[in-house]
Design a protein around this ligand. Structure first.
Ligand code: ATP
Ligand code: ZN
Length: 286
């Protein structure tokens, strides 16, 4: 009997939906558990544990879960013995210091003798120590951004993504301390069968991520421009070129990266391409 790799993901919050999506797109079919604390998969040796994100590093360290999907900020804050196995590129945010908008900022010396409100006391404490800043940390668990206006602190250290929350609380971001994204963490000593299941999962995740970043493209082109178009659309190895029934024309199939997409389309039209079809790719294995 094979053993299951136990994967901890956030029960409900900003990471939940994307974490589940990632696992399901990797072809894992989940059977929902009755109490929704655990689900098992019908076609892949994994089970999912739904937890608070704050608890995930600890549970992975202790082996309650083998791996977990969590924000890097939470991993660094909790400072547990776990390894980052993969960066996932979603839930991007930063941990920054912010001060009231109307205060001049002379540089990080500003924070000497100040009180900083945060729910990330661990990361902030290390940052202050590394930069020889002598500030007091006011640890609070939520609504950090209101601390300066109610006189609880002179500054805050908190998650920023768009900066909208800061602006609406009349604060400005002055130091970025950490750039964070969702990551897969694993137990320090994960090995054998479970390590292999993790590797298979990461292999599948790469295939899905690649497929999202690329599109399949089909077009008709005059034969004299096939060379130029091939150079533009190198594809995975090289494009497939097939003759059309119409003399002097070919059909060309390839793969194009989403980021280059519109630029490529513009050039294709210049080279006389017609009937361009662009199709999403479900999985892409190199
Ligand atoms: P829980 O109830 O599980 O403890 P939480 O309230 O602590 O949830 P969320 O707000 O759901 O956590 O955020 C989870 C993670 O998502 C954060 O640790 C961070 O990595 C990331 N995150 C938080 N805020 C943002 C944001 N505004 N934009 C992008 N990512 C964010
Ligand atoms: Zn949390």
């Amino acid at each position: 009997m094979t053993m299951n790799l136990k994967i901890a993901i956030q029960k409900s919050g900003r990471l939940s939906e994307k974490s589940l999506e990632l696992i399901q797109e990797a072809g894992v079919k989940l059977i929902q558990g009755k109490r929704k604390l655990i689900s098992v998969a019908s076609n892949f040796p994994v089970e999912i544990l739904y937890l608070r994100d704050d608890d995930i590093p600890q549970y992975v360290q202790d082996g309650v879960a083998d791996i977990g999907i969590v924000g890097e900020n939470e991993v660094l804050e909790k400072n547990k013995h776990v390894k980052i196995a993969e960066r996932l590129g979603f839930a991007k945010c930063r941990l920054s210091l912010a001060i009231p908008q109307d205060v001049d900022y002379p540089g990080s010396d500003y924070f000497n003798g100040k009180r900083i409100a945060t729910s990330y006391a661990g990361i902030l404490g290390r940052y202050l120590k590394e930069n020889n800043i002598d500030a007091a940390i006011e640890e609070i668990s939520g609504s950090v951004e209101i601390a300066p206006s109610i006189g609880l602190a002179d500054a805050i250290f908190d998650i920023v993504s768009s900066g909208g929350t800061l602006v609406s609380n009349r604060l400005k971001e002055v130091e970025i301390v950490l750039n964070s994204e969702a990551v897969i963490i694993k137990k320090q000593d994960l090995e054998g069968e479970k390590q292999q299941i993790l590797e298979e999962l990461i292999f599948r995740i790469h295939a899905v991520q690649r497929s999202h970043a690329n599109k399949y493209i089909l077009l008709n082109a005059p034969n004299e421009n096939i060379g130029k178009i091939t150079a533009l659309l190198p594809g995975m190895k090289s494009p497939t070129v097939m003759p059309l029934a119409t003399e002097g024309w070919s059909s060309l199939h390839s793969v194009v990266n989403e980021n280059e997409f519109w630029e490529v389309i513009g050039k294709l039209k210049e080279y006389g391409a017609e009937g361009i079809l662009v199709i999403p790719i479900e999985k892409m294995i190199l």
